[in-house]
Design a protein around this ligand. Structure first.
Ligand SMILES: NC(=O)c1ccc[n+]([C@@H]2O[C@H](COP(=O)([O-])OP(=O)(O)OC[C@H]3O[C@@H](n4cnc5c(N)ncnc54)[C@H](OP(=O)(O)O)[C@@H]3O)[C@@H](O)[C@H]2O)c1
Length: 250
C-alpha cells in the first residue's frame, strides 16, 4: 500500500492535523487503533517498547520507544510531546499486561508490572495530558479496561485489581474535568483475538464469534473521537458473542 493512501481525510485543528497519542501502539489493539485513526486522517504519536510493524509505512505516525514501568521517563516524554504538539486532543491508552495465576504463584515483579503498566502509567499519562486538555478546553481520554474490571475471577486477582482501579480513576477524573469539556471513556472488552494470548495457556476459541476483532475496538475509538455533542460515553462494555476458551493441554 502506498503511503499517501492511508490519508483518506485530514482532521484539522486550525491549520494542522489533529493529533492523538496511542500508548501501546505496538500491541494488537493499539496497532489496530493507530492504523484506523491514521486512515481516518488523524496524526498518531505512538508509544511502546518495540517498534510497530507499520512504523515506516505511515506518513503521519511518530513512534517513541519507552518502557512504561519507567514512570519518570514516561512523564518527561509525554510532557515533551505535549509541549511540542498543541494539536493533541486525545490520548488512547491501550497498553497492558496480564499474568493469570493463583496469587501465591505470581512473582512480585509480575505483580508490579501489572500495577505499573495497567494502572500507574494511566495515572501518570492523565496527570500530564489533563492540564493540556484544560488549556485547550477540550480533550478525550480513552482507556482500555477489561471485563475483568467488572467482575473478579480466579487466577485474575491482580489483573482485575488494576482494571477495577482504572475504572475508579476514570470515574473520578471524569467528574473532576467535566467543566473543562474533557471526555473520559473506559472501554471494557471481553476477549480480543491477538498477541495478548501468545504467552498464555488459554485463548479464545477459533470461531469468529468466540472473540472480539481488534478492528472493532478501533472503530469504537474512532467513533468516540468523532463525538462532539455534550454526551459522554463513561464506559462501554463489549463482549464476544459466545464465550469459548481453548486451553493448552500440556
Ligand atoms: N486481548 C484481550 O483479550 C483483552 C481483553 C480485555 C482487555 N484488554 C486490554 O487491552 C489492552 C491492550 O491489549 P492487547 O490485546 O492489545 O495486548 P497486546 O497485544 O499484548 O499488547 C500490549 C501492549 O502493551 C504494551 N506494553 C506492555 N508492557 C509495556 C511496558 N512495560 N512498556 C511499554 N509498553 C508496554 C505493549 O508494547 P510493547 O510490546 O512494545 O512493549 C503492547 O503495545 C490491555 O490494557 C489489555 O489489558 C485486552
Amino acid at each position: 500500500m502506498q503511503e499517501s493512501s492511508f490519508l483518506v481525510a485530514e482532521k484539522n485543528f486550525g491549520d494542522s492535523i489533529k493529533k492523538v497519542i496511542v500508548i501501546g501502539s505496538t500491541g494488537t489493539i493499539g496497532e489496530a487503533v493507530s492504523i484506523f485513526l491514521l486512515n481516518s486522517g488523524f496524526s498518531v504519536i505512538g508509544i511502546g517498547r518495540k517498534v510497530p510493524s507499520f512504523d515506516k509505512k505511515k506518513g503521519n505516525y511518530i513512534h517513541h520507544i519507552l518502557d512504561l514501568q519507567n514512570t519518570e521517563l514516561l512523564e518527561a516524554t509525554l510532557s515533551n510531546i505535549v509541549r511540542n504538539n498543541e494539536e493533541i486532543f486525545c490520548l488512547v491508552h491501550c497498553a497492558g499486561v496480564g499474568e493469570f495465576s493463583n496469587i501465591e504463584n505470581l512473582s512480585v515483579s509480575k505483580i508490579k508490572a501489572m500495577l505499573d503498566v495497567n494502572l500507574l502509567s494511566v495515572v501518570v499519562s492523565a496527570k500530564v495530558l489533563i492540564p493540556h486538555f484544560k488549556k485547550i478546553d477540550n480533550g478525550k481520554l480513552i482507556l482500555i479496561g477489561s471485563e475483568a474490571g467488572l467482575k473478579g475471577g480466579q487466577r485474575g486477582s491482580v489483573y482485575s485489581a488494576t482494571k477495577f482501579g482504572l475504572r475508579g480513576f476514570a470515574q473520578s477524573i471524569r467528574e473532576e474535568t467535566a467543566k473543562n469539556n474533557i471526555f473520559v471513556t473506559v472501554i471494557n472488552p471481553g476477549m480480543v483475538r491477538g498477541k495478548f494470548f501468545d504467552d498464555k495457556n488459554f485463548r479464545p476459541g477459533k470461531s469468529i464469534d468466540n472473540a472480539i476483532e481488534p478492528n472493532d475496538i478501533a472503530k469504537l475509538v474512532n467513533y468516540l473521537l468523532d463525538q462532539e455533542s455534550g454526551m459522554v460515553f463513561d464506559e462501554i462494555n463489549v463482549s464476544q458473542m459466545k464465550k469459548v476458551i481453548d486451553f493448552n493441554k500440556s
